[in-house]
Design a protein around this ligand. Sequence first.
Ligand SMILES: [Zn+2]
Length: 312
Amino acid sequence: MRVIDAHCDLLSKLTEDLSLDIAAADTASDVNVPRLREGGIALQWFAVYLSQRLGEPRFAQVLKMIDHFYSRVVSQPDVKPVRTRGELEAALVGGKIGAMLSLEGADGLEGDLANLRIAWQLGVRAMGVTWNHANWAADGVVEPRGGGFTAKGKLLLQECMRLGIILDVSHLAEAGFWELHETLRGKPFIASHSNAAAVCAHRRNLSDGQIEAIIRVDGRIGITFVPYFVASERPTIAGVLRHIEHICALGGAAQLGFGSDFDGIDEWVPELATPADYGKLHNELLKYYRASEVDGFLFRNWHSFLQNQLPQ
Ligand SMILES: [Zn+2]
């Protein structure tokens, strides 16, 4: 079993706890090296997310989190950075845990596209435009006015497209979703950690129209394990499977994967609390889907996407 997971917030925990050591099995984080190994994680995405607790978002904070990524995650003997197709394949062939950087919210770029280019040079390969609130680029899902992109935000989109940064619509308000969809003109984009609103009506989940739009452009949707995005009451692994079934029914069996949000949550779906629990999800999926489909959900769908999207 191999797994690609498109979202976790370990870097936030590393920022808050300078003594956290992810080589150890018993840590204060959901994600650590032994658990990534146990869960068969071939590639984990690590989000740079600037919590409001850090104060005014600054690019210096983004750089510090990228430093934590290199000095405390990628420095582990079993972990290799993934910035290119070549590095992805090398990590897979070598049986290493690949680690990829993403940016959750453009807030820390301070409205300066030079900062986006620097982040790209430092290995950031995907970007969610917003977190839940509005920022200089666009509105997030909880912003009451529900606006789309600002003029500067539109320039940000253009620069992401020019560089080849994968655009992520998780957290983005619906108006921005459709603007992004139109701007990209058929180029694929992703929702790294969102579920289906038809199964669990939460504003962080995607409507059927949004899911179908992502499927049409051959983008990807990372099913997430955030309990209140799985079910409004009593979330379970079976509840996670209902989102998969729904997206499959909309024609998205080849477009869905996972984006757990481990270390970004303080409540968990029972039996889905750390990367080590992917084995339980795998076993549950095998009760309902063919092995090749399960491999698609857990690994191949993200893998084929990244083979196309990452630079050479
Ligand atoms: Zn998030």
